[in-house]
Design a protein around this ligand. Sequence first.
Ligand code: ADE
Length: 223
Amino acid sequence: MNIYYLTLFPDMYEGVLGASILKRAKDKGIVDYHMINFRDFSGDKHNKVDDYPYGGGAGMVLKPEPVFNAMDSLNIGDNKRVILMCPQGKPFDQKLAEELAEEDNIVFINGHYEGYDERIRTLVTDEVSIGDYVLTGGELASMTMTDAIVRLIPDVLSNQASHQEDSFSTGMLEHPHYTRPREYRGMKVPEVLLSGNHKHIEEWRHEQSLKRTRERRPDLLDG
Ligand code: ADE
């Protein structure tokens, strides 16, 4: 998979994409990350990427030229998802992460202004928000999405089963986990997990999953 980030702040990505599992996925050749600073495509001698809104009002608007020109420079044809990061977009969730994990090319457009010139939306296949709050720009949101997507690509995680049991993949939150020691500061590991009886363990985990989901996220059980 190739992932392209149209951004004015390519440095923001270094720490996140250059560490841990996202880095390993790149080192294994499973994914590649490409930062495109669309200021380089402004076509303006002052490298201007934003301008005042027609009709007046507060804030600046991202101009169309830098984004259209940067998109043209990618040369990747139609086989791509183009995602506009925006608080007005559809909410990001595990289902969308699973869908995007199957793509060959993903382009994230990251704005930093009051808004995008509306014509930029003609380039886009999806508008996505990571939550009902406003960030200073799309970068953190596109990194969050990258993390959720890349871990789902086959061979990125060493233990494939681990994401099939993730919270949300099953439609419920995950059951509690325990590791050694058996007892810590008076808190004991539930007997059933030590029993070696796999059927009982599975039943216990399912019950716990259901209990946790009912308590914390009853909305997930609706329907
Ligand atoms: N840009 C600013 N806020 C955002 C959000 N909540 N989700 C995605 N992109 C954003």
